[in-house]
Design a binder for this molecule. Structure first.
Ligand code: PPS
Length: 571
């Protein structure tokens, strides 16, 4: 398809927002409606439904559209649409509504953003949906995991009435509706606009790729990153947006614009690429860049890629006559050492030396304060990333002791606190088992459920301290492996996690019996005592194991300090 110049592009936009008296009347009626509290993903979807970014959709999908989309990537009327946009709800909520009833769509604080007439209620076959949309029913895929573990069992479909756009406090000046982007394009006198989707910071290779794509189709460039839900583990959106604001200045004046899209991505590879293209058509763009592995860099539980790298480009090719937006397939750009420039990977000769840095390698370099070469990224972007990923010696961390009662956890933890305070640089908080049970968990006993809750509370506090650059020293028994793993996951995203197993034997602990509890447990006066008649699961992969029967508290603390130095947390 060749896009005609000077013609308003993208077709009719759906606008679901009510105005004037209609709006006021609906707001009044909505006070009587059953309220559904929207998940973050549903809130993102609702915003794009209401402002027309999801045109021609006029609400959350009804069953016939949903099934047609899953089966054929088309709505029931034959229009191309590749992604189910469904309102999943709990069984209880579904039981409280009937066909034709209106419901209020609210955020978790109760603010009303839209209303919907329930025209369809059905139980989704999530495994079938996973296979159709993501290519496999494999929960290693974040979209499949969301489907099975976060979304409700029942789907409601129906027409939406827009009340108000969801509130965003961040980067309001960069958020534009489809009609605002269309107006901007018109005002600037742009005839062709090529959109670039992103959910990661852009470096020199992305700049080169987008610049070439724009030149190739003689178009202006719209950098249009997703700032709704992206892939778990993606760099936080504040850092990303600051990076986009830097890179936009690297394009020639007047040629390019940056606008943020509150899109909840599904990482569905080829289908997602098709969906992205349709959305950009609605924003008035004439062209859309599809990269290799577009929105699909996810691995199966066997570690294989979910999608072939060229699957998205191939799928869009099949729909090219009907899409209403031209696709610009982009090659991966690599840096050629001999030429000191970027070239498409397909144009590299055998004699040329290619240089590249993977995401993991970039993260390592940032964490270890190593050089990030200028051929890879711009200094201002590297500075932003260094702030987001400070070197380890500037990150917070948690030292998580685990071991039997009387093993010496508290004694070593106290010695460690003093040593870390001597070193200075970070505030240190001790979350000792007994102290936590007095101040945080006073109502809890020692059942498995209560112990887990106690440890998760400790993990929560430790993760807050860690992500804010402090040191949390935790010293509970924490007898269960799965709960310790959970705490590790909670903390690791925001800094370091060092598990120290105080492996002093039960015989030694019992012989010490400082609190007289072992004697009471043996006498049956305390039930469910760890190590006596309650299990302790020995850690399999603790960073350090210390037996206090052959080492003084001071030596034990010194060993931990050495470990922390070795891991880069102390300089
Ligand atoms: S847990 O399992 O991690 O929630 O336990 P924790 O919060 O660390 O609390 C352990 C301290 O509580 C005392 N205590 C018991 N421990 C184990 N099992 C039973 N049934 C029990 N009842 C009371 C004991 O003094 C533990 O203190 P420490 O400091 O570990 O010796």
């Amino acid at each position: 398809m060749v896009v005609e110049l000077n013609k308003p592009h993208g077709g009719e936009l759906v606008d679901l927002y009510l105005q004037g008296p209609e709006l006021e009347a609906e707001k009044t009626r909505a006070r009587e409606y059953e309220s559904w509290t929207l998940s973050y993903r549903q809130l993102c979807d609702l915003e794009l439904l209401m402002n027309g970014a999801f045109s021609p959709l006029t609400g959350f999908m009804k069953r016939n559209d949903y099934e047609a989309v899953c089966d054929d990537m088309r709505l029931a009327n034959g229009d191309i649409w590749s992604m189910p946009i469904t309102l999943d709800v709990s069984d209880e909520f579904a039981a409280s509504v009937e066909i034709d009833q209106w419901i209020a769509l609210r955020d978790p604080e109760g603010l009303l953003y839209g209303t919907m007439q329930v025209e369809d209620i059905w139980i989704a076959d999530k495994s079938a949906e996973a296979k159709a949309v993501f290519g496999a029913d494999d929960s290693a895929h974040p979209g499949v995991d969301y489907l099975h573990n976060s979304s409700g069992e029942v789907y409601l479909g129906g027409t939406v009435r827009g009340i108000e756009s969801p509130l965003h406090y961040d980067y309001q000046y960069l958020r534009d509706t489809p009609s605002e982007v269309r107006a901007m394009i018109k005002k600037r006198g742009w005839r062709r606009v090529v959109a670039f989707h992103s959910h990661a910071p852009m470096h020199c290779a992305h700049h080169e790729l987008t610049y070439r794509a724009a030149q190739q189709v003689e178009a202006n460039l719209l950098i249009h990153p997703a700032v709704g839900m992206t892939r778990p583990g993606d760099i936080d959106q504040f850092t990303r947006v600051r990076c986009y604001e830097h890179i936009i200045k690297r394009y020639p004046d007047q040629t390019s614009a940056l606008s943020l899209l509150p899109l909840a991505m599904r990482m569905a590879g080829p289908r997602e690429a098709l969906w992205h293209a349709l959305i950009r058509k609605n924003f008035g763009c004439t062209h859309f860049i599809v990269v290799r592995d577009h929105a699909g860099m996810v691995k199966t539980s066997e570690g294989k890629p979910f999608y072939e790298p060229n699957a998205a480009q191939a799928l869009l090719d099949n729909f090219s006559d009907e899409l209403g937006i031209d696709i610009v397939p982009a090659q991966t750009m690599v840096y050629v050492q001999e030429r000191a420039e970027y070239r498409p990977v397909t144009e590299i000769t055998d004699e040329e030396t290619v240089q590249s840095i993977s995401d993991a390698e970039l993260k390592r370099r940032l964490e270890e304060a190593l050089e990030v070469p200028e051929w890879f990224s711009y200094p201002e972007i590297v500075d932003e990333l260094r702030r987001a990923y400070p070197p380890r010696h500037k990150q917070g961390f948690t030292v998580f002791f685990t071991g039997l009662s009387g093993a010496g956890k508290s004694t070593v933890a106290n010695a460690l606190v003093i040593k870390l305070q001597e070193l200075g640089g970070r505030p240190v908080t001790l979350l000792d088992g007994d102290v936590v049970r007095t101040h945080l968990s006073s109502e809890l006993g020692f059942t498995r459920e209560h112990r887990d809750l106690n440890i998760v509370r400790i993990g929560f506090v430790a993760s807050e301290i860690t992500k804010n650059g402090g040191v949390a020293i935790c010293a509970p028994i924490a007898p269960y492996r799965s709960t310790r793993r959970k705490v590790r996951e909670m903390v690791s995203g925001g800094g370091g996690f060092v598990e120290v197993y105080i492996g002093t034997s039960i015989e030694v602990c019992e012989a010490r019996d400082r609190k007289g509890l072992y004697a009471k447990a043996r006498a049956g006066m305390i039930k469910g005592f760890t190590g006596i008649d309650d299990p302790y699961e020995v850690p399999e992969a603790a960073e350090l194991e210390i037996d206090t029967s052959d080492c003084q508290p001071d030596e034990a603390a010194q060993r931990i300090i050495l470990k922390l130095e070795n891991m880069g947390f102390i300089k």
